[in-house]
Design a protein around this ligand. Sequence first.
Ligand code: ZN
Length: 162
Amino acid sequence: MKFRCLRCSQKIGVEDHAIGVVIVCPTCAERLIVPPRPDSEFVEEIPVTLVPPAPPAAPPNLARQLMTRLVEGLIFQRNHMLETQNAAAEQIAAMEQRVAVIQTKLQRRLAYYEERIETLEAENYLLQHRNKQLLKQVKQVPLGTPPRMARSRLTDEVLLGA
Ligand SMILES: [Zn+2]
């Protein structure tokens, strides 16, 4: 089948099964779709379509806009992250402060209890010592003395001490 290049009118011959295939003109390098039928001068008049030019790449403006939007999005995310981080840091600081206050209170209370225990232990020691002395005295009370009065007085003292 034969047809002419739309640009340079070069006569081009192709196999019939090449209909619809894009070819390149051997003379001017125009890209052409092989028409479904031969040109009119070869048989009848048939319009031949030029291959539409490849769409231009995205204009640099659009690319720049996309990039700007992407960067703005990233900056927004980063700011948001920083805000979240700062809020978390503040909360942690507040919590640490509260823990420190509680720790101080507990330490004071612990110190108070330790002191109190020491005092009670000392008192206990003194009372035990005093009890021993009193018991000794009870044993040493002469048999001749009126037992009831002497013993009961001393026993009361022992009981009080305990
Ligand atoms: Zn051509």
